[in-house]
Design a protein around this ligand. Sequence first.
Ligand code: FEO
Ligand code: CA
Ligand code: CA
Ligand code: CA
Length: 508
Amino acid sequence: KTLSKGKPLSAPFTPVQRTWADDITLPSGYHYNIIASYGDVINEKGEKFGDATDLTVFFPIDALEGGNHSEEGILWVNHEFPEPQNYLTILGINPETFDPSKMSSYPELLKMEKEAVGGSVIHIKKEGNGEWKLVKNSRYNRRIDATTKIKLTGPAAGSIGVKQATIVEGTLGNCSGGKTFWNTALSCEENTEYGDDYGWPNFTDEHYGWVVEIDPFDPSSQPRKHTALGRFAHENAAVGLTKDGRVVVYMGDDKGDECFYKFISSKKYNPNNRNANFDILESGTLYVADMKNQKWIALDYKTNEKLQNYEKDGVKFFKSQADVLVHTREASKAVGGTKLDRPEDVEIHPYDGSVFLAMTNNTGHGNFHGQIARFYPAGGDHGSDEFTFEVFIAGGQKSGITCPDNLHFDSQGNLWVVEDYYATEDNQYAEFKNCGTFMVPTDGESYGDPFMFASGPKGCEMTGPWFSPDERTLFIDIQHPETWNPYPGHKFGRSCLVAIQGPGSFVK
Ligand code: FEO
Ligand code: CA
Ligand code: CA
Ligand code: CA
């Protein structure tokens, strides 16, 4: 896309105030309806909507015919983690006697945990009354969870580093992700050490921490983990094109003092043949950002002597590109990748192609509020090795926003930002109260000013904002609310997916 400046913008809604209210608080004239929440049965097989909802990716129902249907579609939703303490309640297991180091003796709990993560493909539709509903038993509805057989692709598939696996068991830690130009979803495996933490037996670390591609339109298709995009705590995958038509994927590694990445495919995107793009993410070059020199460094074993010569305990650590991809964090440090403040979601500006990176915080260095940076690829080309950058917003009292996590652009170039922190009345986040959702103009007189659109229930993050094509609906998740529940009176807080609508379009 070329690049004209966005229009000066202001919010089309009256901003809400910070609040401790244990509810979804919206501007006057806006309302929400719940589409699905943890445990809802989605198909005839009896598969259930998972837990800890994160990321929503909307595919118009007619997308493969080039359509842009705004009232019916398929949604990919991530399920980031299980909530075992809630499942103990459901199973009637006494938490006092529960021993997490003996998970094998709790087969029902183990099953619930593995079925709670991964993601859901759900067919959704706006009904006559204006509410969005799940189309129950649609042929599209299916679950991908920690038991689904998933194919590994790319240089590390079948390598020693992944214990020679080409098929692995399931996906977990699915945080954010993205959408490809050929209408597949990318789901990112972030905190995959959960598998160990939860005491899952026979858990193989190296089979997790990848980017997973799912075709929502083909219920029989097998998801694939693309090793060419590296292995780390993948937050997201923002997809764009280089000037010569190759696919770029920008990715954050959400941990304090970890790095910012991009992948560039070897093949060019084919806009005329969907299937021709299915192997695009299987080969290409992974780069890590060197902020000091404002350069992308290729994590390419064949050409990078630092990788070839890197030793650990007196032994050469990387013996192949597969090793570099399995141990991406170590490779990045070996070549001089810059350590950042929890790099999370990335989005590409729809007008000028600049790249926005949310960095949530870095409490280890006293940065409690994080920031959003804006990168300008040299020559406006995502294929360039060089860039400049600036801070777009610094989190904290002055800007009024803290701990930015997911980002999403509307069609006018406003950046929608959700927060991720845990506030109590006496910690450093007290004045911010519950986590919220904000609209931030990226041009004009309100440049960089966050307008608060929504406040979430206590203890939750609002995750995965995504607009319907007509921008009259904002899909968003309520992740891990403390007590708030879509089923009033239920025993514990329950994650869910909601559709928010207002008097008209979300853009002015
Ligand atoms: Fe799962 Fe980085 O948030
Ligand atoms: Ca996140
Ligand atoms: Ca995003
Ligand atoms: Ca987060």
